[in-house]
Design a protein. Structure first.
Length: 126
């Protein structure tokens, strides 16, 4: 199980689209050397969705607080928390794959580049 995977149950389905911003279509791939990281992207989308609700003090953010108060507190740490969980989830998916060690190691720089992309440019999509 991925970190914060349960958040998918309470986030509107039209708010998740895997990796990359909605408006960019397939510009950002959900697969890294044959391995799907779509669930890590979906969880990251959920984090950004709830962060925007918390930031705007929307009454919808109460849904998250009621659903999982502990997650609500962790998300209170902000974008850095969401981005770090994205990296951790991609790493978990890679480590749990049945791929050979060599392929897993080849994916690591790509995983880190996905992380750096959200770290530096994700602020424009909150």
């Amino acid at each position: 199980m991925l970190i914060d995977e349960n958040i998918l149950r309470i986030t509107p389905s039209d708010e998740v689209n895997g990796c990359g911003p909605k408006r960019f279509g397939n510009w950002v791939r959900d697969k890294i050397l044959g391995l799907s990281i779509k669930n890590a992207g979906n969880i990251h989308d959920c984090h950004y969705y709830w962060l925007s609700k918390m930031k705007s003090k929307s009454c919808e953010s109460q849904v998250l607080k009621d659903f999982d108060g502990y997650l609500w507190k962790r998300l209170g740490r902000g974008k850095d928390y969401a981005d770090s969980i994205f990296l951790k989830n991609m790493t978990i998916i890679n480590n749990n794959s049945s791929s050979k060690k060599f392929i897993k190691k080849l994916r690591l720089p790509i995983i880190k580049s996905y992380f750096l992309a959200v770290r530096f440019f994700g602020i424009y999509f909150l």
